[in-house]
Ligand binder design. Structure first.
Ligand SMILES: Nc1ncnc2c1ncn2[C@@H]1O[C@H](COP(=O)(O)OP(=O)(O)OP(=O)(O)O)[C@@H](O)[C@H]1O
Ligand SMILES: [Mg+2]
Length: 259
């Protein structure tokens, strides 16, 4: 069984290629770099996080990989397969691009913060909106309502697509908790099994590390707020309430008090 005091951070979005693995691996590496015992749980059969972990240099802080996408072996229980060391304090969960309602039941279990990366393109914004609506209306989400933060990823400042993404994010009523630039550094870190804080960064990347520090702070705060605002499940919703709507409508319904 996972250690109950560990913070669980879910990185999820139904849209492929938006940066889930990049953010999950960099987050795991950031925690390891700060000295937290950390586990990286890879639910994606593509196993990109697992491949990143394989490349990780032995001299860097250890990260425990949980290959959650693998089928449970014979004579082994699922909870044994997904176990993390008892001293684990941070569990970062990377997810596949196609997540259905049943997957969300599993992925949202015990989660303290949910991160949704979105790329600045019309297609990604539309898919992100649909996904956030699906998330906020999901029964497992509504049972505990862990804080959700959007991450604007691969942003090129002062472009039309950047402006469009920022306008969309402002309309959401969900905080944008980090903005990461489009930078080849991330591709290199992915190949090397490392994270942004483990690299020798020039001054040009100071703003990027600032964004990562803000994200880490938001997650800590979200975990605290989440434990305070956890509410009992609401009464069964009407059929109308289950229809997919905009992410903003879904947010209002999930957070009637405007939290
Ligand atoms: N901020 C960034 N700057 C530059 N490249 C990035 C950035 N974020 C992600 N990438 C690159 O974009 C590609 C897709 O990113 P990533 O694999 O993290 O997305 P994903 O959401 O996990 O994709 P999938 O849905 O296939 O699992 C990768 O090649 C990654 O290195
Ligand atoms: Mg991935």
């Amino acid at each position: 069984m996972p250690e109950p005091t560990a913070l669980r951070i879910l990185v999820v979005n139904g849209k492929g290629g938006c940066g889930k693995t990049t953010i999950a691996t960099n987050l795991a590496a950031a925690y390891a770099h700060r000295g937290y015992p950390v586990a990286l749980s890879d639910y994606d059969a593509q196993a990109s996080s697992s491949q990143w972990h394989e490349q990780r240099p032995a001299q860097l802080s250890d990260i425990r990989l949980i290959a959650s996408h693998q089928r449970t072996a014979m004579y082994t229980t699922r909870s044994y397969q997904l176990r993390v060391p008892p001293e684990t304090q941070r569990i970062v969960i990377d997810t596949p691009s196609a997540v259905g309602d049943r997957d969300l039941d599993t992925l949202l279990r015990g989660v303290h913060a949910v991160l949704v990366p979105i790329l600045p393109s019309s297609i990604d914004i539309r898919a992100g909106t649909r996904f956030i609506a699906q998330l906020l209306l999901h029964r497992s989400y509504r049972a505990r309502r862990p804080p959700v933060g959007v991450i604007a990823n691969r942003v090129r400042e002062n472009t039309h697509s950047h402006a469009k993404l920022m306008q969309f994010l402002r309309s959401l009523n969900i905080p944008t908790v980090a903005t990461f630039v489009d930078c080849s550094l991330y591709t290199r870190l992915a190949e090397e099994g490392t994270g942004i804080f483990e690299d020798e960064l020039g001054a040009a990347m100071a703003r990027e590390t600032h964004e990562w520090n803000n994200l880490l702070r938001w997650i800590d705060g979200a975990a605290e707020r989440g434990s305070q605002q956890a509410l009992p499940p609401r009464a069964a919703t009407s059929p109308r309430a289950q229809e997919p709507r905009t992410a903003t409508d879904a947010h209002r319904e999930a957070h009637p008090a405007g939290v």
